[in-house]
Design a protein around this ligand. Structure first.
Ligand SMILES: Cc1cc2nc3c(=O)[nH]c(=O)nc-3n(C[C@H](O)[C@H](O)[C@H](O)COP(=O)(O)OP(=O)(O)OC[C@H]3O[C@@H](n4cnc5c(N)ncnc54)[C@H](O)[C@@H]3O)c2cc1C
Length: 296
């Protein structure tokens, strides 16, 4: 099937894009098109007008600035794989997640911001941003506002973005001195969406205790979700296998997966527990906690 006809606009500035979003009838933004184009082709989306932001060069960046890792709306999944500032030690969860998304063709086009805007509970970036206390910056006719990742997702494919708002950037704080993070994802085969995914981020104090913990979960609730009780259980404690075992249990209890053809809900809950423990173990190791503490 071919997409229904629509008007196509290619603004070259954010200001022009925002003004088009305000003036056009029910416009839809296109970035990488990796979620939108299939929906257009199956006519699940039938917008009158499409605002293509790929010509806005000012949105094409991935950089550390002012205490944040900032990803402009045209930063692609593959840019995360290629970025010099991202490796296992710094932004480990980003380094883990990027190569696990879909296939190279999709990673070359799909954007981090588009994934956040798509609000698919199976999307990987939502969990990573939640674990890092990330946020998105939105521009609309009334100016700019910052939305914490937790508050962006309302329902599957539904966000708190206004109708005429454009997300210009997704960002997370730059790593603290003793910070580590990781992302673990269970999928049936290469290229698949997550059956379950868990992102974990730990900041240790100078004594080696957990000062701050972040855990985001993929595909086990109606949106990407935070495991707040598991996080609270970790804070103030020293990393250990026992501690992570309890945190994994709590995260599993906080998850709310549905049974489907890939597995029943109890299996997915168990996988949240397992993946949370693995992600926390890697995060602790990357934060500089001696491995012995994690594996005892
Ligand atoms: C076969 C397949 C496998 C995939 N596997 C995975 C996977 O394993 N993990 C994963 O996380 N994702 C996966 N994806 C999704 C992929 O990552 C998409 O690239 C991503 O979800 C959307 O990004 P995009 O730039 O392509 O957005 P688009 O498709 O262009 O847009 C998606 C939605 O976001 C809106 N939007 C885009 N940019 C903005 C903006 N700046 N401001 C406001 N709204 C905006 C659009 O209007 C649209 O509603 C897969 C997709 C496919 C087709």
């Amino acid at each position: 099937m071919k997409a229904a006809p629509f008007e196509h606009h290619e603004p070259e500035t954010v200001e022009k894009a925002v003004s088009l979003l305000e003036s056009l009838h029910e416009p839809t933004i296109i970035a990488g098109g990796q979620s939108l184009v299939p929906m257009l082709r199956f006519r699940l989306a039938r917008p009158d007008t499409v605002v293509d932001i790929n010509g806005i060069d000012a949105l094409d960046y991935l950089e550390e600035e002012d205490g944040y890792l900032k990803m402009g709306a045209l930063a692609r999944h593959a840019d995360v794989e290629d970025a010099d500032v991202i490796d296992e030690d710094d932004y480990g969860s980003f380094a883990d997640a990027a190569p696990l998304i879909a296939d190279p063709q999709i990673r070359n086009r799909g954007t981090i911001v588009g994934s956040m805007a798509q609000a698919d509970p199976k999307g990987d970036w939502g969990s990573v941003l939640i674990a890092h206390d990330g946020e998105v910056v939105a521009r609309g006719p009334d100016g700019e506002r910052v939305i914490p990742a937790d508050e962006l997702f309302l329902l599957p494919y539904d966000t708190s973005l206004g109708e005429n708002e454009l997300i210009t950037e997704a960002r997370v704080p730059t790593p603290a001195a003793h910070e580590g993070s990781a992302y673990h994802k269970l999928k049936r085969k290469t290229g698949d969406y997550a059956m379950v995914g868990v992102a974990a981020r730990l900041i240790l104090d100078d004594e080696g205790r957990i000062e701050d913990a972040g855990i985001g979960m993929t595909a086990v609730d109606i949106t990407n979700a935070r495991a707040a009780e598991a996080e609270a259980h970790l804070e103030g404690e020293r990393p250990s296998a026992d501690l992570f075992e309890k945190a994994g249990e709590l995260a599993a209890e906080e998850s709310n997966p549905e049974s489907d053809e890939h597995g029943d809900a109890s299996y997915k809950e168990r996988m949240v527990d397992v993946l949370a423990q693995r992600a926390l173990g890697d995060a602790a190791e990357r934060a500089g906690a001696v491995k012995r503490r994690v594996t005892q």
